[in-house]
Design a protein around this ligand. Structure first.
Ligand SMILES: Cc1ncc(COP(=O)(O)O)c(C=O)c1O
Length: 463
């Protein structure tokens, strides 16, 4: 019996892995009756040649369908359609598989959160995952506070890079900043949370989704305005700040403001939550030590691998008193919210073998150079100052100008965030231009669209 030709249509830019595409289309053919029970499928070699993919792709797709029960393999005799009935129509056709990452694949967002994933450092990434696959598989659930060895390494890392002395028992491994904040909210007593405005929207979402009311505190030139915080009557349990590099204004909180903030938090018996998301990427001098270094009891410190390694890793750390860490770990264990062991194990290797340091050192140079280019291009259009750190720049602009530039960028295929997206009450307008998650070429194309659009808008002359 000659095996049928399968008219598979594979696309390489859909975001769906080829193995999955082959498996989905063969499964569809079987469930819709296009391939009959006991019918023989093309050999792996023939199908791979027909559709132009490696044999391993077809082999894995067949294996998956055999495991699912759609196909059977007869030793030495090929692969056949199993004796399965046709699916009811609703299940059969009603659930299209969404193509991963297929939402507007052509539009590039210059967002503030995406770091530059430098292909020159891919070897370190692969080494870490090889290490994971070679490591002894642990028994049962991992420690809910995090891998003990990783807690030791993170404690060393924050002491070395952020002047924050912490014992491993004070380190809790999290799934990133917002996850850490959510865990903290789970153990804090009743009360509202105060956030910077403009500020980090994911922190607001985390707070409101945890059932907390959110109070907006404006900024001044030294950071969050503590006098405004003092004037609020609400029962505030936590104040969320980004002292090293305020998000998204770029302000570094002054030493005096840090002291004032701690005094106000003490008066209220509130905790200060320090989101230290990108302090590694200071271009010139070392950043001020972490705010948490000033008061280890009052400040809960949140760090993340999202900017230094990859946001998809979902790994971060929370540093607080031993009691608080133990309480969060206890709560997590009760609901099996354990940080994934392979991710922790991979990050441990990245810390130990210097991969993280190499990434940070090289990204710092890339961002310093890109920020110079962006600042030079935008200098004629607004007050951007000299950005000291990070992977984005904020350009204050009148609202109608910002919107017009955004619209023209959108037409040209770029999504440039608006400052209003980061603001609930401040009324500030402008653009926030992230330059981490793009290539040099994409950045230069985006800048040319932005500056052309700015030229066409009537802006007040700069003094
Ligand atoms: C202000 C701020 N904090 C923290 C993060 C990182 O969050 P996470 O660790 O949850 O990925 C980001 C990422 O965009 C950010 O902009």
């Amino acid at each position: 019996m000659v095996a049928p030709i399968l008219p598979l249509a594979l696309t390489r830019d859909s975001g769906v892995a080829l193995v999955q595409q082959v498996a989905n289309q063969v499964r569809d053919a079987v469930s819709a009756g296009g391939l009959a029970p006991r019918e023989r499928l093309p050999s792996i070699r023939a199908l791979a040649a027909d559709v132009g993919v490696a044999r391993a792709v077809v082999e894995q797709a067949y294996d998956q369908l055999i495991a699912e029960g759609w196909l059977t393999a007869r030793r030495g005799a090929g692969t056949y359609v199993a004796e399965v009935g046709r699916l009811p129509a609703a299940v059969d056709r009603g659930l299209p598989t969404p193509a991963l990452g297929s939402v507007e694949p052509d539009r590039l967002r210059l967002d503030t959160g995406s770091p530059w994933v430098d292909p020159r450092h891919a070897a370190g990434w692969r080494r870490a995952w090889r290490d994971v696959s070679a490591a002894r598989i642990p028994r049962g659930y991992p420690d809910p506070a995090g891998l003990p060895e990783l807690r030791v390494e993170v404690a060393r890392y924050v002491s070395r890079t952020r002047g924050l002395a912490a014992r491993p028992e004070q380190v809790l491994v999290t799934g990133g900043t917002t996850h850490g904040f959510g865990l903290l909210l789970g153990v804090l007593g009743a009360g509202q949370i105060a956030v910077e405005d403009p500020g980090y929207r994911a922190a607001v979402a985390t707070g409101t989704q945890a059932g907390r009311k959110v109070v907006d505190i404006p900024l001044d030139a030294e950071g969050v305005d503590v006098r405004k915080l003092r004037s609020r009557r609400e029962d505030i349990r936590a104040v969320y700040v980004t002292p090293a590099h305020q998000h998204p204004s770029g302000i570094t909180m002054s030493a005096g403001r840090r002291i004032a903030l701690l005094a106000e938090a003490t008066r209220r018996d509130a905790v200060v939550v320090e989101d230290d998301y990108d302090s590694e990427f200071r271009y010139d001098v070392a950043p001020l030590p972490a705010l948490a270094a000033l008061d280890r009891d009052r400040v809960v410190y949140l760090g993340s691998a999202s900017k230094s390694v990859h946001p998809g890793l979902r790994l971060g750390w929370l540093i607080a008193s031993e009691d608080l860490v133990a309480e969060i770990a206890w709560q997590r264990a009760a609901r099996h919210d354990h940080p994934p062991w392979p991710v922790q194990r991979a990050f441990l290797t990245m810390l130990r073998d210097g991969h993280l340091d190499r990434l940070v050192r090289s990204a710092r140079r890339v961002y310093a150079e890109r920020s110079r280019i962006v600042a030079a291009a935008l200098a004629p259009y607004g007050d951007i100052g000299a950005p000291p750190a990070g992977m984005y720049l904020t350009l204050p602009l009148p609202g109608h100008v910002a919107e017009s530039v955004r619209a023209q960028c959108w037409q040209a295929g770029f999504d440039v965030p608006s400052l209003t997206e980061y603001s609930r009450t401040s009324g500030l307008t402008g653009l926030v231009i992230g330059f981490g998650g793009v290539t040099d070429d994409e950045l230069s194309r985006a800048l040319s669209v932005i500056t052309t659009a700015l030229k066409h808008c009537t802006l007040p002359a700069q003094s």
